[in-house]
Design a protein around this ligand. Structure first.
Ligand code: AMP
Length: 114
């Protein structure tokens, strides 16, 4: 998808602080962090939102969540805890329409979210 900023990051056309990547996914720091650690994990193929997950291989979400868990471990968040968020659609607060998992950590989170 030409105009998708996360496709551009995944393909290397646009810069980002990439922390991890493999053939299926990339993880990079959010440009507007909401916690001391705020990382986005995205599939490299374009999927607009969780609503379109049916287009993806069944193993994709397992891979994305495993990547989040590995990052949380390597960044020292596993013991203190962290939050994983998938904003979906307008009411969900989604602003970039390329599926992404937010990994947030390094501070205590509130519930319910605002
Ligand atoms: P969401 O609101 O769930 O769609 O989250 C989109 C996130 O992408 C926001 O937290 C933005 O700060 C972040 N973001 C948008 N563009 C970039 C970019 N070029 N590099 C890093 N993070 C970005």
């Amino acid at each position: 998808m030409n105009s998708c900023i996360f496709c551009a990051i995944a393909s290397g056309q646009t810069g980002a602080e990439i922390l991890f990547e493999d053939e299926q996914c990339a993880a990079f720091r959010d440009m507007n962090p909401q916690a001391p650690t705020h990382i986005l994990v995205i599939p490299k193929r374009h999927i607009s939102s969780l609503n379109d997950l049916g287009q993806a291989p069944h193993t994709l979400m397992h891979h994305l969540f495993l990547t989040v868990q590995n990052l949380a471990e390597s960044l020292g968040l596993s013991r203190t805890g962290y939050r994983v968020v998938i904003n979906t659609g307008a009411d969900g607060g989604q602003t970039v329409f390329h599926l992404h998992l937010h990994l947030l950590g390094g501070r205590s989170m509130q519930w319910p979210p605002g």
